[in-house]
Write a protein that binds this ligand. Structure first.
Ligand code: ADP
Length: 204
C-alpha cells in the first residue's frame, strides 16, 4: 500500500465530523421561491429603508400585507434604523408570522466594496441576533439589497451562504435557530442560490 492510501483514524474522524456537521448546517438552511408574506414562520425580514418609511419591492409587499397604517404607526414610534442594523415590530395583520424584523441594507451605486459586503452581512447578523433575543426560531430573509439597492446578486448569494454556514458552525447561538429560509423572488437569485447550495453540499 502506498503512503498516499493510508488514512489515519484521526483523518477519518475529521472527515466524518465535517460531513455530519455540514449536513446539520445544510438541514437548517432552505431556499424557497415566492412571496415572503405568504410564509408561515416565526420571523420575516424586511429590506427596509433607514427612515422605516415603507417603500417599494419587498418592503411595499410586507407593508401591504401587514396593513400599511398599523405597521407604519409602529415604525414611526421606532424612528430610524442604521444601515446593517435591525429593528423589530409586531407582524400586525400577518397572523401567520410572529414578528417582522426590519433591516437596512447597503446601497451599491458604484463598484462593490468590502465595506458594502460587511454592511450586507451585518443585516443578516443583526436580524439573527434579534431573532434569538425574541425567542424566534425560524426566520425568512429576502435577498436584501439586491433589488432597488443594486447589490450584485451573485456576490450576495456567495457571501450570505458563507456567513450562514459559519453561523451554524460556530455561533454560540446556533442552537437557538432551527431554520433559515432564503426567500427567492427572481430567477437570477434562484440560480445563484441553487449554485451556492450545490457548492456547499460538495464542500461538505
Ligand atoms: P432592496 O431595496 O434592499 O434592494 P428590494 O425590495 O428592491 O430591496 O429587493 C430585494 C429583493 O426582494 C429582490 O430580490 C426582490 O425581487 C425581492 N422581492 C420583491 N418582492 C418580494 C416579495 N413579495 N417576497 C420576497 N421577495 C421579494
Amino acid at each position: 500500500m502506498s503512503a498516499k492510501m493510508v488514512t489515519t483514524l484521526r483523518e477519518i474522524q475529521t472527515i466524518f465530523d465535517q460531513v455530519n456537521v455540514g449536513k446539520k448546517v445544510l438541514d437548517k438552511i432552505s431556499v424557497w421561491r415566492g412571496d415572503i408574506t405568504k410564509l408561515e414562520i416565526d420571523a420575516i425580514v424586511n429590506a427596509a429603508n433607514s427612515e422605516l418609511a415603507g417603500g417599494g419591492g419587498v418592503d411595499g409587499a410586507i407593508h401591504n400585507a401587514a396593513g400599511r397604517r398599523e405597521l407604519q404607526a409602529e415604525c414611526r414610534k421606532i424612528g430610524r434604523c442604521a444601515v446593517g442594523d435591525t429593528v423589530a415590530t409586531s407582524a400586525c395583520k400577518l397572523t401567520h408570522v410572529k414578528k417582522i424584523l426590519h433591516t437596512v441594507g447597503p446601497q451599491v451605486w458604484d463598484d462593490l466594496t468590502k465595506s458594502d459586503r460587511v454592511k450586507l452581512l451585518n443585516c443578516y447578523a443583526t436580524s439573527l441576533e434579534l431573532a434569538v433575543e425574541n425567542g424566534l426560531k425560524s426566520i425568512a430573509f429576502p435577498c436584501i439589497s439586491t433589488g432597488i439597492y443594486g447589490y450584485p446578486n451573485d456576490d450576495a448569494a456567495t457571501s450570505v451562504m458563507n456567513f450562514l454556514c459559519k453561523f451554524f458552525l460556530k455561533s454560540q447561538h446556533r442552537d437557538k435557530i432551527d431554520r433559515v429560509v432564503l426567500c427567492l423572488f427572481l430567477e437570477v437569485d434562484n440560480r445563484c442560490y441553487n449554485n451556492e447550495i450545490q457548492r456547499v453540499t460538495e464542500y461538505f
